[in-house]
Ligand binder design. Structure first.
Ligand code: IMP
Ligand code: MG
Length: 187
């Protein structure tokens, strides 16, 4: 067993969604988007860093002309605490005026980050704005967000993998796992 496998064995309590389940779901989402956006040349917008793996897989499952851009915010501590404030730390490189925008997120929890970002995007007059979320954690939702494309529902637990981190670790897991409770508050 190498160091990485050992680290997973030591830190992950349970695998919630396997690599195969995630890949199938991302393929389905990509197919649906391809159908809905024929001839519309949408732009995919993601929030760094958690979304980078989902975005990379999603756009490779979309077979229509499209572009990609990213924003970054500071909000979540990565320790399962609720954000008190959301701040934009990287803006888009391009204008979205009159564009069809698909906002892509890895996970929606309280909905605060999405709410903050969607307001910024709406103010820039896109032609349309829809949300695509791979993982939905409905238990702590504070703001209702209309989600056009939804992958999986997640329990009210802190998960890692497929881009999602705990203190910047575990993003490279190709499945989604529950972090062992004792690891959430450890360094
Ligand atoms: P929200 O503003 O509460 O909806 O939080 C959304 C953001 O919190 C996501 O984009 C993630 O970065 C982070 N997040 C929420 N739940 C988890 C989790 O279980 N593991 C890792 N990151 C999470
Ligand atoms: Mg995210």
């Amino acid at each position: 067993m190498n160091e990485c496998e050992n680290s997973l064995v030591n830190n992950i309590q349970e695998i919630i969604y396997s690599k195969e389940q995630i890949q199938k779901k991302v393929e389905d989402l990509g197919n649906q988007i391809s159908k809905d956006y024929q001839n519309k040349n949408p732009i995919f917008i993601g929030v760094l860093k958690g979304v980078f793996i989902f975005m990379a897989d999603l756009i490779r499952n979309v077979d229509i002309c499209s572009q990609v851009d990213f924003m970054a915010i500071s909000s979540y501590s990565g320790q399962g605490e609720q954000p008190s404030e959301v701040k934009l730390v990287k803006d888009l490189d391009v204008s979205i005026r009159n564009r069809h925008v698909i906002f892509v997120e890895d996970v929606i929890d309280t909905g605060l980050s999405l709410h903050f970002l969607l307001k910024i995007l709406r103010d820039r007059s896109p032609q349309s704005l829809e949300v695509c979320v791979l993982f939905d954690k409905p238990a702590h939702r504070l703001i209702d967000i209309p989600i056009r494309y939804r992958g999986f529902e997640l329990p009210d637990r802190f998960v890692v993998g497929y881009g999602m981190d705990h203190k910047e670790k575990f993003r490279n897991l190709n499945c989604i796992g529950l972090l062992k409770a004792e690891k959430i508050h450890s360094s």
